[in-house]
Ligand binder design. Structure first.
Ligand code: G6P
Length: 605
């Protein structure tokens, strides 16, 4: 949603803050700003637009400071203007605050502050915070007490950092929005996500909701809301800082598409037993799922498509499983029992709707499991169990490698759950495990040979792009369309192939290419659908592994995937579709890593 950075104890805080913002720009890119402390007080520079606009402003009017805070915004309250950009200050300009999240009770707070004479200069919810702190200072509170008391009046979700008066300190807290502390050698960082400072220190403290942090050049303290000291371990992040850079690629998204073989290797490492032909998850020893009678998968966006995919794998093993958009889960209120396992699928582990869904599920007595890429994220803390993706950092807003890793991890999980549920391995478990072991190599083969760019060029001037598939290929069709529309801004829709005749066929014309996904499952029926759209003049691009079959004969083009287990074929087909979307967007010169109006992590409902 929004990205926060802060640093203290460093040299050149302006440069470090701006560098951190660049690395967090995937979280929001409507506007950016920094506030730094110097001998004259606090200097603030903020601008509408990408971080590059902020850089230009700082170059024109240089500022300096020994420590500071920064923010990249994805607007929620108030339009995209310089005035609404963070940091926000009080009237005296002696307090500066940045915030990620939503303060739901800002209106009454603002009205009360205005009645006490405070003048507001923005339309944001955030601006109440510096004024609240100022009010508390006026009433005689110390800076830390003023900060705590201000936070104590807020409802909603927030991660907040602040500079207050002459204190050589940064004050921070979180509740429902991410915030991590980086511990360097006499240097301390606060950020919404680790990539902001990983090049300076690999030592990270994952803060919990309700934690208050005060960092000075001499160290830091973490306390709870009552002021009691809390002990949070320092964890060592093993990423190569290069993994959070573009590493020579034009876009993060293309880099991350190309990183999939390595990501899949890490996701499956130590989890595939090719001798027994079974899945081995140390987190879930035999019997761990013995009590489970049904499964709900809750997620949004790409993660929802992975959840749908997993539901089809679980159903195929005789396990009642349903995928829900987490944003709908609390509305639909599907019945849960203590024997219901609710799996939250989330790259970030922070998506507000998904957090809300698991909270509801827990309150109703269900068991919860977080499948996420982010160590220490809110979901890992709130769920009963966690399974980490280990895909490495994903910066491009459009999720790519994490989808492949999610499906691979969910296939392993489905197999593990099925062993407990059915008392035995699935009949083709060995074939599935072998296919997952081959998967990194199969993905590499696609990356090396794909003709996706040629397809993107051939159909560049189309009216709309449709994607169809059956069974586990249905979520792949949805994901193919999602990727295409979010980065190219072209109209793209995914359908269950069976749905085609019930409406979407009316949209099919000679200038609407149709991508038909064949995964070796009910392919005959999808072939009929392919012929139906061809009969209406639409070109068909088949994504298939079977070059010898009728599909190849009838398709206008083929995006080939290596022969594999049908339950794994969808991951391969999706890689081809990621490449088509990428090249189509690149031809149109779209801002691929930062599509308009979107953000990597949506921490508001
Ligand atoms: C946003 C992102 C998507 C992502 C979705 C769910 O919409 O732009 O790429 O799939 O959130 O995010 P999560 O972190 O929960 O997987």
């Amino acid at each position: 949603m929004c990205g926060i950075t802060a640093c203290i104890g460093t040299e050149n805080s302006v440069e470090l803050l701006i560098d951190g913002l660049r690395r967090l720009e995937y979280r929001g890119y409507d506007s950016a700003g920094i506030a730094v402390k110097n001998e004259n007080g606090i200097s603030v520079t903020k601008r509408v637009g990408e971080v590059s606009e902020l850089v230009a402003a700082v170059e024109q009017n240089p500022i300096s400071g020994t420590f500071g805070i920064g923010h990249t915004r994805w607007a929620t309250h108030g339009g995209v203007t310089d005035g609404n950009a963070h940091p926000h200050t009080d009237e005296s300009g002696r307090i500066a605050v940045v915030h990620n999240g939503i303060i739901s009770n800002y209106q009454p707070l603002r009205a009360e502050l205005e009645s006490k004479g405070h003048t507001f200069s923005s339309e944001t919810d955030t601006e109440v915070v510096p004024h609240l702190i100022e009010e508390n200072l006026r009433n005689g509170a110390s800076p830390e007490a003023a900060f705590r008391a201000a936070i104590g009046t807020l409802s909603g979700s927030y991660a907040i950092t602040a500079i207050i008066g002459d204190e050589q300190a940064i004050f921070a807290t979180r509740s429902g929005s991410p915030l991590v502390l980086g511990v360097g050698d006499g240097e301390y960082y606060l950020a919404s996500d680790v990539p902001a400072f990983i090049q300076h220190t690999p030592r990270v403290v994952y803060l919990h909701d309700g934690d208050f942090v005060v960092t000075t050049p001499d160290g830091y303290t973490i306390t709870d809301s009552a002021g009691r000291s809390v002990d949070r371990p320092i964890e060592y992040i093993e990423w190569d800082p290069e993994t959070a850079t573009k590493g020579g690629y034009e876009h993060y998204m293309y880099k991350e598409i190309n990183e999939q073989p390595g990501a899949l290797r890490r996701t499956t490492q130590g989890r595939l037993n090719t001798h027994t032909g079974g899945a081995e998850l140390e987190e879930f020893p035999p019997g761990a799922f013995a009590d489970i009678s049904q499964i709900h998968l809750v997620a949004m966006g790409t993660s929802h498509h992975a959840g749908m995919y997993a539901a089809s794998l679980l159903n195929a093993r005789g396990i009642p499983a349903y995928a829900f958009m987490s944003g709908e889960y609390s509305v639909i209120k599907p019945p849960v029992t203590p024997n219901t396992l609710v799996i939250a699928v989330s790259q970030s582990g922070e998506t507000a709707d998904t957090l809300d869904a698991i909270r509801r599920a827990r309150a109703a007595g269900a068991r919860t499991l977080a499948l996420t890429n982010v160590v220490g994220s809110s979901m890992t803390r709130e769920c009963d169990d966690e399974l980490l993706l280990r895909a490495g950092p994903e910066i491009g807003v459009a999720a790519t490698k994490t989808f492949s890793s999610q499906v691979a991890a969910l296939a392993l999980l489905a197999e593990r759950i099925a062993e407990d549920y059915n008392g035995t391995k699935s009949p083709d478990s060995r074939e599935l495990i072998d296919a997952l072991a081959r998967l990194p190599g199969d993905v590499q083969e696609i990356l090396d040979t794909s003709i996706a760019r040629e397809i993107a060029i051939e159909y560049e001037d189309s009216d709309a792009y449709f994607f169809i598939g059956r069974g586990s290929a249905h979520p792949v069709a949805l994901e193919g369309a999602l990727k295409f529309k979010e980065i190219s801004y072209e109209h793209a829709e995914g359908f269950a192939a069976s749905e085609l005749k019930h409406g979407p066929l009316a949209l099919v014309t000679p200038i609407t290419p149709v991508f038909a996904i064949f995964t070796g499952h009910e392919d005959e029926a999808t072939l009929s659908n392919m012929k139906e759209v061809q009969a209406r003049g639409a070109p068909v691009i088949a994504v298939t592994s079977d070059e010898s079959r009728e599909v190849v004969e009838f398709a206008d083009h083929v995006l080939t995937i290596p022969d594999t287990h049908p339950e794994v074929a969808g991951i391969l087909a999706n890689v081809q579709l990621q490449l088509v979307a990428y090249h189509a967007a690149n031809l149109l010169e779209r801002p691929i890593d930062k599509p308009r109006n979107l953000a990597k992590c949506v921490t508001v409902e």
